[in-house]
Design a protein around this ligand. Sequence first.
Ligand SMILES: NC(=O)c1ccc[n+]([C@@H]2O[C@H](COP(=O)([O-])OP(=O)(O)OC[C@H]3O[C@@H](n4cnc5c(N)ncnc54)[C@H](O)[C@@H]3O)[C@@H](O)[C@H]2O)c1
Length: 312
Amino acid sequence: MNVLITGGCGYVGTKLTLALLERTDHHVTVIDTQWFGNHLSPNPRLTVRAADIRAIDEINLSSIDAVFHLANIANDPSVDLNPYFSWEVNVLAGMRLVDRAARQGVKQFIYASSSSVYGVKSEPRVTEDLELVPVSEYNKTKMVAERVVMSYADAMITTIFRPATVCGYSPRMRLDVVVNLLAIQALTKGTMRVLGGEQTRPNIHIDDLVDLYLFALERRLAGVYNAGFENIKVRDIATMIAEQVGAEIEVLPSNDPRSYSICSDRLLATGFAPKKNVAAAIREMAAAYRVGRLKDEPVCYNVNWMMQHHFK
Ligand SMILES: NC(=O)c1ccc[n+]([C@@H]2O[C@H](COP(=O)([O-])OP(=O)(O)OC[C@H]3O[C@@H](n4cnc5c(N)ncnc54)[C@H](O)[C@@H]3O)[C@@H](O)[C@H]2O)c1
């Protein structure tokens, strides 16, 4: 099978690309602007193209069987740097990609949406059938992009995942997501700054998300699925890290008291079972830090890096 991964050099995309090469015999093509570098080593079954998905006309999909579409401006503050540009990447480029995929015979299109599309919900079980009330520009781009992908469900298998906040080690590391951010503070400074802490946030281990993408491809899974298995208060995440790493917790007032949680029962009903958790992500990050594989570097913080290097 020939698989295309947009955003294959990103935090999740790097691990997804590696897993496809290691665990399947598929040929993988990655398209990525490489804003945060490229940590993929050469492999005879891998083609990496440093390209922008907005230049879609250059992308020939006629030999591609499945597309994993991950290339997006990937958090609230990065999208806010230039909302017009972000809509171009997250929505318009995605629309042209999915349309081209359908016309050129791609059999499955898998889109990385986000569980943040729900906004703040008071319902105890945030399931896929609840109304989406996105609260940020980023959330809005994700909601509209997934609607566009879904509108091609008559032409190919369309799969939408709404992942929780991802945690755990990747060769292309992000340290601006909650578990990773607190863990790196604990590891480098011996203290974590928790803003508020009473907010509940849903989490997923990066390896479980990668397993899920492979599961979706293998099973030809269609539809919309939440993907997050632990809804935890930020303060409790910090406590887990403090217990494992031996760090202090400093609680400061928060300007973002929003709580989110999701219910992934629909996904679990398909037979998918997560193997890891937040505790494992912390343990693995601590081990990677101790051997020098994990470093606290500016490129690990998307919005600051983009501001300094791509929006000068
Ligand atoms: N990390 C999370 O917690 C999380 C949670 C839910 C959903 N997601 C979604 O998963 C996807 C991957 O996120 P990530 O955490 O790996 O982010 P990331 O920023 O590490 O990866 C995104 C990759 O896309 C590339 N990219 C961005 N715009 C591009 C363009 N116009 N053309 C080509 N390449 C482009 C970047 O260079 C980067 O390598 C995103 O769509 C994100 O919205 C992430």
